[in-house]
Design a protein around this ligand. Structure first.
Ligand code: G6P
Length: 366
């Protein structure tokens, strides 16, 4: 009811603004990196496994895709990420030494539960879930669990569940790296410091709301949008496009920016807004040339840069700058303005933000 919403118009907006608290709670009690964060059985299992298989649906799947970049780069453990509804029905090659990780806000998604059972039936017995509901079927079914502390999420479009999943998956990355002997004490201390700074950093990203509202007025008049990211920000581009489709009903697609020339560039005209996630990382210069390809076709660029990216506003290039450079945690920060952009675009179009047509919060039947 209205009392619970406080100053917010929708649950989705409230949940977006709850993220500093949700992440702070998820990190509560995390004093050091240790396998016990994932339960008493974790150490021998993490020691033994030689790869990770992530199974999930929807937004949770995009959290899994982000984790692949982190785990492979920091822990050097190979990761496969599969859409649960595909994995459960295809012939795959089981690896009994893989750690199976399901990601689910609700812990009740039928396809993800079935994918877990399918993995187990094929002899993959090491199972961990990252889940927001401690009493769910998923937590009961898995050998190990990390419970995110987002709290009850009401909006159908997932927001705080996603960012807390990312926090849990970054902790998993560091823990695997430690067990595999690839995390020094200095690195551990530095990453923990960066994680503890997240609530403050997210609050400063939320403060960009007025600038995003101005962009949302442009987006509300469009029927298509393209989202570009590279590397670990590609899954964030996917998530930004998903949020926009789900609640504003604008057709949106996400591409890794290097793929532009292999198809989507044909769609770019003056009518096509192109959202670009452009933090300062090793791929920034490549991304800038992708942006020029868009500008050359008259496409309007809406760029999320960070404190260190050298990109400035110009004709057809609109820039919102996040206040810091966040390194490996950058995906968690960059998703915040994308959530706000989808929310304010939907608001401007007058759609039912918390209950978008044809969608359910938790899909418990196939
Ligand atoms: C539904 C929801 C999405 C969610 C997906 C997976 O489609 O609308 O927001 O990402 O299910 O749900 P889960 O609870 O397994 O994360």
């Amino acid at each position: 009811g209205a009392a619970e919403l406080g100053p917010y118009r929708h649950y989705m907006q409230k949940e977006i603004f709850e993220q500093p608290r949700a992440i702070g709670d998820t990190l509560e009690g995390v004093k050091t990196i240790m396998p016990e964060l994932f339960g008493d059985k974790a150490f021998p299992i993490f020691k033994q496994i030689d790869s990770v298989l992530i199974l999930a649906c929807g937004t949770s799947y995009y959290a899994g895709l982000t984790a692949k970049y982190w785990i492979e780069s920091v822990a050097k453990v190979p990761v496969n990420v599969e859409i649960a509804s595909e994995y459960r029905y295809r012939d795959s090659v089981p690896n009994p030494n893989a750690l199976v990780v399901t990601i689910s806000q609700s812990g009740e998604t039928a396809d993800t539960l079935a994918a877990l059972k399918h993995a187990r039936a094929q002899g993959m017995l090491h199972t961990l879930t990252v889940c927001n509901v401690a009493t769910s079927a998923m937590v009961r079914e898995c050998e190990m669990a990390f419970i995110t502390r987002a709290g009850v999420e009401v909006g159908v479009a997932s927001t705080k569940a996603f960012s807390t999943q990312l926090v849990a998956l970054f902790l998993l990355t560091l823990t695997l790296a430690q067990v595999k002997g690839r995390l020094s004490e200095e690195q551990e201390a530095e990453y923990l410091k960066q994680m503890r700074h997240l609530p403050v950093a997210i609050a400063s990203a939320l403060a960009l709301e007025p600038q995003i509202i101005a962009w949302a007025d442009d987006f509300a008049r469009k029927e298509n949008a393209l989202f570009l990211g590279r590397g670990m920000h590609y899954p964030i581009a996917l998530e930004g496009a998903l949020k926009l489709k789900e609640i504003s009903y604008i057709h949106a697609e996400a591409y890794p920016a290097g793929e532009l020339k292999h198809g989507p560039l044909a769609l770019v005209t003056e009518e096509m807004p192109v959202v670009t996630i452009a933090p300062n990382d090793a791929l920034l210069e490549k991304l800038k040339s992708n942006m020029q390809e868009v500008r050359a076709r008259g496409g309007q660029l809406y760029v999320f840069a960070d404190a260190d990216s050298r990109i400035t506003s110009s004709e057809g290039v609109h820039v919102i700058r996040l206040p810091e450079h966040y390194g490996l945690l950058s995906p968690i920060l960059h998703v915040i303005p994308l959530q706000l952009l989808a929310y304010h675009t939907a608001l401007a179009r007058g759609t039912d933000v918390d209950k978008p047509r044809n969608l359910a919060k938790s899909v418990t039947v196939e």
